[in-house]
Design a protein. Structure first.
Length: 145
């Protein structure tokens, strides 16, 4: 799991915009599970009772970026991950003071793009969100001016 944990450092999102704290399971070609504790980010996310749904979707997308890198290759300088289409169903609110758990499985992976399905659950296993999302790896444009 050490190599998987190092992928957290490869995410372009850094504190306070990283919504994954720990990868808890990785099964090659099959599954990734990860967790996020929102409590340290409450000053940035607001002190409401529930997390914004965008945090759940972005966290799931960050797991997708890590899973894509494990299944293909790590990002290289000059590349960046892009979130494409997201189709999500919200089932319940996520408490802002409790960790959440992500689970993501590949539906299809190519070299520079992938489609995943997954869900976000509370620590007491309540389904919060189900989603299908597409990610891609793009080359950063060069500034010619």
């Amino acid at each position: 799991m050490d190599n998987v944990q190092r992928l957290l450092e490869l995410l372009p999102q850094q504190y306070p915009f990283r919504f994954v704290d720990k990868v808890t399971l990785y099964e090659q070609g099959s599954l990734m599970q990860a967790t996020f504790n929102p409590v340290p980010l409450q000053p940035y996310l607001g002190r409401g009772d529930s997390l914004p749904v965008t945090v759940l979707i972005e966290g799931l997308a960050q797991v997708a970026v890590m899973l894509t890198q494990l299944e293909t290759r790590p990002l290289v300088p000059g590349e960046m991950p892009l979130l494409g289409k997201v189709q999500a169903t919200i089932s319940d609110e996520a408490a802002s003071d409790q960790p959440i758990c992500y689970e993501l499985a590949p539906e299809r992976i190519w070299q520079r793009q992938a489609v995943f399905s997954g869900h976000v659950r509370s620590v007491d296993d309540r389904l919060l969100l189900s989603a299908t999302l597409a990610v891609a790896i793009a080359d950063k444009g060069s500034d010619s001016s």
